[in-house]
Every structure is written in C-alpha cells, then in structure tokens.
Design a protein around this ligand. Structure first.
Ligand SMILES: [Zn+2]
Ligand SMILES: [Zn+2]
Length: 576
C-alpha cells in the first residue's frame, strides 16, 4: 500500500491511518464507557489523539484495555463508510452532545454533514473524513499517554480527557518511532532539570524558572565562559536598567511594534516598561558622550535580565520562558567595518561552539524584506559584506530572500541535535534603523559627523534556552568543564571514607569539583546513584586503592580507565 508513495503521499496516508485509529479509540472508549461524550480526534505529528468528555481519568490499565479492543477492531478489518446527512438531521442525531452540536452549528449553512462508520455500522462518528479504506490497514498501534485538555483549548471551557496514541503502516516503523520517543523522553530537559537538581518551574511564577545551586552553577559558568571570550575579542561589559520610561520605547519603536510582549507598569504616575531587549539601553550609552572614529568599533556586552510576555500555551521548560538573560552584545561601528566585525564574531562563535562539542553549524543569510528601513545602497553594501564573510567561513551557507529583519540583513546559526532536530542559537543582525532612531553619530577621519551601523549579536542566545538545548543535546551529560559536580569519590565501605576524603582534598586543591559519597548504601547502589546524577567521573576506593594511594576510575565519556595512582589520576583528569 505504501510502496511507491512519495514522501508527501506517505504523510497524507499516515494522516488518514492515524485519524482512522482515533475512530477506533472512540469506539473502544464508548464500548467501555457508554456515558462518554465524543468530541474531536485529529491526526497529529507521529500519531493522533481523541478528547472525551468523561468523569473519570484514564489509568495505564485503561489504556491497555482500550488498546486491546482497538486491535480486535483492526482484526475484524471492516470498512470505513461515509454517509451524508442534512444539517437538521445531524442536529437531531447529536442533540445530546453539545460539542458535536457546536461543530455542526459552526458549519456553513449549505454544507453537507458527513458521518463515518466502521465495525459494520456499530460505530458512527460525525466527521468530515480522511480515512483509510479498511481498519486492517493499521498494522501497528499504541496508546501512549493521557492529559487533561480544555475544549477548544480555552480554559473557560470544561476539561476533557485526552488520550494520545500512535499508529503505523508497519510494526518496524512503529518500533523505530517508539525507540526514538523513549530517547527523547529521557533527554527531555525538564526531566533532567529535576533528576540532576538543576532547576524547576512553579505556577507561582509561570515560565520563570527557579535555578537550584547546580543549575545556577552551570548558568554562571556559561557566563564566565562567554566573559573570557569577551576579554579576548575586546568587548566591554555594561550593566543597564531594568525599567525605562515609555519615551524610550516610543523612540526605539517597541511601543508600536512590540507592546504586546512587554510588561508595563506605572511608577510616579508615569508609564514605564520592563526591557525585553538591551539594544535601546546601549544606544543611550552610545549617545552619552561624543564619539569619534577612534572609539569605534564599540562592542557593548550585557547579560541584563530581559522579560518578554509569552502566552502560557507556548511557554515550554527552559526553551521558551518569560524571563531570561542573553549573551547579548551590540557592536557600533563604521559601515565599512561591519563585515570584518561580523567575521570576528563568527570566529569567536566557532571557538565557543567547539567547547560544547556541537557539530558543524548550518548558517543562513537572510536578505532584504519587502518592507524595510534604509536605502538600497545600504542594503547592497550590507548584504555584500555578510556574503563575503560567510563565503570565507562556510561556503555551504544558504541565502534566504526576503527573510531579513526590516532594519537589516542577518546571519542565523543553527546546530543539529541528537534527535535530528535543529536549533537556532547564534545570530548576527545588521541594523540601520536604530542609529537613525537614536540619531547616533561619530566624528569621522575628515572631522565630519557620520552615522554608525549597529550589529546585534549573540552566540548562545538566551542562557536559559541554551541550557535546555544543551541538556537535550547531551542527554544531561554536560561537558567536564561545565558539570557542577565533576568527580564522585565512592568509598567501597565505611573504613575507606577517610582515604576518600583525603583524595578529595588533593583533587579540590587542583580546583576540581568533587563530592564524596558517604551514604550507607551498598556499592552497587552508590554506583547507580552516581550514574543517575550523570557525574562525569567516578573514583572507587577500597583496600587496594588505600594501600597504593590510587583510585579506580570510571568515566561516562571514556569508559573504565582502571586503577590509576594518584599522580597519573590527576594528570588524566587535567586532560579532560
Ligand atoms: Zn473521521
Ligand atoms: Zn539588540
């Protein structure tokens, strides 16, 4: 059935297959719970769901039972049959189901209403179609999870019970998918946030993470890492206010274009806004004194906390939050130097990404959009500069017409993760508009006033989001230099604790981050705990190690390194 299909057709076929599976689920639920009210059951990426109005929550056992019933229905291999009815008939048939009535009433007056049945007419559902021919075409099916879901996604409506499932045209494909899904669940940064004691979220401040000591350590270490690069690449760090008068947001354009994402409040009867970006504050710093060509390029870095309102439906773990800091910087420079500035930035970026073990990033160059600030001559110059820089950096970059910001062309940097997804991390955006809006100038070599250009750039982007991505990318196995606890010393029994502490002191002297497991657990449990916490290095010490002043080393990255005497051990650790 699926052989010889194009990718597009396969996806279309799977949509039908999965939506049909949703009908089978509804059939199974109604058989066990005749009082349940059916609502909708669409296909989604890799599966389907169905929402039921029912006064129970489904247990894992319920799912197993329902899945068995669905498989029986598949085995009967009955036909999906379409039936047309009038709107009035439909309103009569579904009069006890307010959800279906709402759907029917929302249809255009002259539209034909359809029902689909299978199991020889024993199950019928109001549905606009998109089905396979016979239930037997579903070769693999699995119910995966349950969730509460509001009718129409609106929290003012009743909470429905949703069941998620997947269905495939072969057992192998389903198994592949389930394996991948398992890996994704294990690498989910929200889960790792809890199991590695990094962070959590609490409804008391939605989408604003609480970083625990381990998480705060990683956070600060990342900032320290970026600060070291800033020193090398001659950036100057500044600290800027959190609140600004509306006057600033009007001048910057945020008041007209970004207000719905901003937190506004009133102080001393004046309207103020919490900053969603640092750029306007940096423009104020630039303006604060007369600038000459000798001051440029001026590279201002800022880890200031930003707040952007995001709807609760789109916030997610650390990857989409309402409050965050970026490794943000703005480069103010002569137009003719913009290319070389972006080049230096890309070199710094390459240096930073290699520290995280990221694959070769993919780069895109987004060119002028239809609606834009600045004249064509400026755009020509800017695009040409970025194109030249990119050719040097990675000739496989991709140009995208019309996708630039209204204020200038931009480079975006993407990295692939272990799941084959892609994340945008870094960006470099030229901006002609901000210097215009803030009337920024410098005295050029001829003693004349000239407008600089601004480059917005970030390597890691939001630190919060970066931590989320890095956790998923590494499944929680952070690079040695970034791990909050690098070494776990595990004494085999109580009598080895003193030696473990002595070894720990020696390693602490070398600035390693070390913990000693002094718990009363058995050795096997201590080893499992260390693995669960994903501590990069475990050193097991017993009688032999005590006698020879050594340690038995196991690493997550390089496996078992055997017994090493203290000197070799330290040397090895220093090489990580
Ligand atoms: Zn249907
Ligand atoms: Zn900016």
């Amino acid at each position: 059935m699926v052989n010889d299909m194009s990718t597009e057709n396969i996806e279309e076929y799977r949509h039908k297959l999965r939506h049909s599976a949703a009908h089978l689920l509804a059939e199974a639920v109604l058989k066990r719970h005749p009082q349940a009210k059916l609502t909708i059951g669409p296909p989604i990426t890799d599966g389907f769901f169905y929402d039921f109005d029912i006064d129970i929550t489904f247990s894992p056992q319920d799912l197993a039972t329902l899945e068995r019933d669905m498989k029986r229905s598949i085995k009967r291999n009955t036909k999906f049959e379409r039936k047309e009815i009038s709107k009035n008939e439909a309103l009569e048939i579904y009069k006890d189901n307010p959800y279906k009535i709402e759907i029917i009433n929302s249809m255009p007056e002259d539209e034909i209403v359809t029902e689909y049945s299978h199991s020889d007419g024993n199950f019928i559902d109001l549905c606009e179609g998109g089905h396979i021919e016979k239930t037997g075409e579903i070769k693999a099916i699995k119910l995966l999870s349950t969730a509460g879901a509001y009718w129409r996604g609106d929290e003012k409506n009743k909470m429905l019970q949703r069941i998620y499932g997947t269905a495939w045209e072969s057992e192998e494909l389903q198994q592949d998918y389930l394996d991948k899904r398992k890996k994704a669940i294990e690498s989910d940064h929200r889960k790792l946030g809890t199991s590695l004691d990094l962070f959590f979220l609490d409804p008391i401040s939605p989408a604003n993470p609480f970083f625990l000591p381990n998480g705060a350590f990683v956070y600060n270490k990342l900032i320290e890492f970026v600060r070291n690069l800033y020193e090398k690449y001659d950036y100057k760090e500044v600290i800027t206010p959190q609140l600004f008068s509306t006057d600033l947001w009007k001048q910057s354009g945020h008041y007209d274009f970004y207000l719905e994402n901003m937190y506004m409040m009133e102080i001393d009867e004046n309207e103020v806004g919490v900053k969603p970006m640092n750029c306007p504050a940096h423009a104020i710093i630039y303006q604060s004194t007369l600038r000459s060509y000798r001051d440029l390029p001026l590279r201002l870095a800022d880890f200031g906390r930003l707040h952007r309102y995001e709807r609760s439906g789109v916030t997610h773990g650390l990857t989409r939050v309402r409050s965050f800091s970026q490794d943000d910087a703005h480069i103010f420079c002569d137009k003719k130097d913009a290319g070389s500035e972006v080049k230096k930035f890309l070199e710094m970026l390459r240096e930073s990404y290699s520290a995280f073990g990221f694959e070769q990033p993919r780069l895109t160059l987004s060119l002028r959009p239809e609606k834009r600030a600045g004249d064509d001559r400026m755009w020509d110059l800017a695009e040409e500069q970025l194109r030249d820089v990119l050719k040097d950096f990675d000739e496989n970059f991709e140009e995208i017409e019309g996708e630039g910001a209204f204020y200038g062309p931009k480079i975006d940097i993407f990295i692939p993760d272990v799941m084959g997804r892609e994340w945008q991390l870094g960006t470099a955006q030229m901006d002609f508009s901000l210097p215009e809006r803030f009337n920024l100038e410098f005295i050029n070599t001829k003693g004349e006033k000239e407008r600089p250009v601004v480059i917005h750039r970030a390597m890691l982007g939001s630190i919060e989001r970066f931590i989320g991505i890095l956790l998923e990318h590494t499944s929680g196995d952070l690079p040695f230099w970034l791990a909050p606890n690098q070494i776990n010393i595990v004494p085999i029994s109580e009598k080895h604790i003193d030696y473990a502490k002595k070894l720990s002191d020696d390693l602490l002297d070398k600035d390693f981050r070390v913990v000693v497991d002094e718990s009363n657990e058995r050795l096997g449990q201590k080893i499992r705990n260390s693995e669960m916490k994903k501590i990069p290095v475990m050193i097991i010490v017993g009688d032999k190690e005590m006698e020879t002043d050594s340690g038995s080393v196991r690493t997550r990255k390089f496996g078992d390194l055997g017994n090493l005497d203290k000197k070799d051990l330290i040397e090895k650790l220093l090489s990580f």
